[in-house]
Design a protein around this ligand. Structure first.
Ligand code: ADP
Ligand code: ASP
Ligand code: MG
Length: 406
C-alpha cells in the first residue's frame, strides 16, 4: 500500500473556500495512487474563534495560571473541531472520510501536559481504515496518555503528529501544507526577497527550526530523518512544488545549489535575556557548577554559554528570567540580567571549514552598527546575541551578505 501523510496547517483549513483547495490536494494524491492520511491543525491563527491561541485565552480568562492538564483539554478542542469539519467536507465530496482523535490514531504520550512526548504510535486502526478505502482525518497536535488523558505535543505540534504517523505507517512521503511555498532562506515576514529552497537536508532544516524558523517543528524533522521518509513543505494555495527535505548526500545530488551554498538560511529567536554572573572566591571552587546546577534543578534551560575565569554568561528565555533571578539571589552571587535580546543565526551545511564566514558575519552587523553581545558557532551555524530592536536589520543584512538575496 502506498501511503502519503498530508498535513494541513491552520490557515489551510480556515474557511470553506480553502478547505476546497485541501480537498483538491487530497484528490490529486488519490489520483496518483496514494492512500492519503490527513492531519489537520486548529482552524485559523490568533483571533480566529477556534484557533489554539483563542482557546488558551478563553481558559486563562478564568484563571491566569490554569493547570497544564486543563489547558490541554481545551487546546485539543481546536483540532477536534477542525478534523470534524474537514471530514465533513470530504464526505460531502463523496469520500469515505473518518475523523480520528490523536488517541484514536494510536498516538500515545507521556503525561507532560502541554509538551508531551510520544512514547508509541500504533497505526493498526488507521491501516484497517485504509484497507477499507477510507480517508482518516486525524487531529494534529494531540495524543493520549496510557490512562486515556488528552495531551498536546507542544506549539506547532501538528507537524510532529504527521511525522510520527508517517513513520509508524512507513509512508512513502509526508507533505506539510502551509501558507508559504516552501522553506525559505528567511522568514518572508522579515525579508521581502527571501527565496524558496528547492531542497534542503534534514540536518539543515532541523537547525533552522531549532533556531526559530517556525515553518516546521524540529521534532517532526527529527522523526522523519530517523526513518528516512521524505518530507515536502508546500503551499495549499498554489501548485508550486515546494521544498523537499531529505538526506541529501553531496555525491548523489545533482542540485549544485545545495552543494555550493555556504549559507542556507537566516533565522532568529526573540524574547531572550542574557545573564552575566560574576564569580568570586566566597562561592568556592565549584562556583560555575553551582550556577548551572541551580538552573537545571529549576527547569531553566540555558543557551549561548561562555565560561571565563571569574565570569560566566549564558542566555535563557525571557519568561524564565524572574525565576532565574530569585534562584541566583539565593546563591548570593553578583549577577546582571540584560533584557530584550534576540539570537540571530546563519545556518548552512556548506560552511564547514570555509574560511572567512565569521569575518563576513561580523562585517555585515558592524556595518549596520549592530552591537554583538555574544556569539557561538558550530560546523553548520553561527549565532549572535543582539538587542531585540536590531533583529530585523540583523536578519536582513546577513541575508544580503551571505548571497541569499540574489
Ligand atoms: P501552519 O499553521 O501552516 O503550520 P506556521 O505559521 O506554523 O503555519 O508556519 C508558516 C509560517 O512560517 C510562514 O507563514 C512564515 O511566515 C513562517 N516562517 C518563518 N521562517 C520561515 C522560513 N525560513 N521559511 C518559510 N516560512 C517561514
Ligand atoms: N494548533 C496548534 C498550534 O497552534 C498546533 C499546530 O498548529 O501545529 O500550536
Ligand atoms: Mg506550524
Amino acid at each position: 500500500m502506498r501511503i502519503i501523510v498530508q498535513k494541513f496547517g491552520g490557515t489551510s483549513v480556515a474557511s470553506p473556500e480553502v478547505r476546497e483547495l485541501v480537498l483538491r490536494k487530497i484528490e490529486i494524491a488519490r489520483d496518483q495512487g496514494f492512500n492519503p492520511v490527513v492531519v489537520v491543525s486548529a482552524m485559523g491563527r490568533q483571533g480566529a474563534p477556534y484557533a489554539t491561541d483563542t482557546l488558551i485565552d478563553i481558559a486563562r480568562s478564568a484563571y491566569k495560571n490554569i493547570a497544564d492538564r486543563e489547558l490541554d483539554q481545551i487546546m485539543c478542542c481546536g483540532e477536534m473541531i477542525s478534523a470534524v469539519i474537514m471530514a465533513g467536507t470530504l464526505q460531502a465530496a463523496g469520500m469515505d472520510a473518518v475523523m480520528l482523535t490523536g488517541g484514536n490514531a494510536g498516538i500515545i504520550t507521556d503525561d507532560n501536559f502541554t509538551d508531551a512526548r510520544i512514547s508509541k504510535c500504533d497505526p493498526t486502526r488507521i491501516i484497517s481504515y485504509l484497507k477499507q478505502g477510507k480517508v482518516p482525518v486525524v487531529c494534529g497536535f494531540q495524543g493520549m496518555t496510557g490512562e486515556g488523558e488528552f495531551t498536546t505535543l507542544g506549539r506547532g505540534g501538528s507537524d510532529t503528529s504527521a511525522a510520527v504517523l508517517g513513520a509508524a505507517l512507513k509512508a512513502d512521503m509526508i507533505e506539510i501544507y502551509t501558507d508559504v511555498e516552501g522553506i525559505m532562506t528567511a522568514d518572508p515576514r522579515i525579508v521581502e526577497n527571501a527565496k524558496i529552497l528547492d531542497c534542503i537536508s534534514y540536518g539543515e532544516v532541523c537547525q533552522l527550526a531549532h533556531q526559530g524558523a517556525k515553518v516546521i517543528h524540529p521534532r517532526a524533522v527529527e522523526i522523519a530523518m530517523q526513518k528516512n521518509i521524505p518530507l515536502v513543505v508546500k503551499s495549499t494555495f498554489s501548485e508550486a512544488p515546494g521544498t523537499l527535505i531529505t538526506n541529501i548526500a553531496k555525491e548523489d545530488n545533482d542540485n549544485v545549489n545545495v552543494v555550493d551554498r555556504v549559507a542556507t538560511g537566516v533565522t532568529y529567536l526573540a524574547n531572550i535575556v542574557q545573564v552575566k554572573v560574576h564569580l568570586d572566591d566566597t562561592m568556592g571552587n565549584d562556583a560555575s557548577f553551582k550556577v548551572f546546577k541551580t538552573m537545571a534543578d529549576n527547569g531553566i534551560s540555558v543557551d549561548l554559554i561562555n565560561i571565563h575565569p571569574g565570569e560566566i554568561m549564558f542566555t535563557i528565555n525571557a519568561d524564565q528570567a524572574e525565576k532565574a533571578s530569585i534562584k541566583l539571589k539565593r546563591l548570593s552571587c553578583k549577577f546582571e540580567i540584560l533584557e530584550h535580546c534576540a539570537k540571530v543565526s546563519v545556518v548552512g551545511g556548506g560552511m564547514r571549514e570555509v574560511p572567512g564566514v565569521m569575518a563576513n558575519f561580523i562585517e555585515a552587523l558592524s556595518r549596520n552598527k549592530i552591537v554583538i553581545l555574544q556569539t557561538v558557532d558550530s560546523h553548520t551555524s553561527i549565532s549572535v546575541l543582539v538587542p531585540q530592536s536590531d533583529v530585523g536589520a540583523a536578519v536582513k543584512s546577513l541575508h544580503e551578505k551571505f548571497g541569499l538575496s540574489n
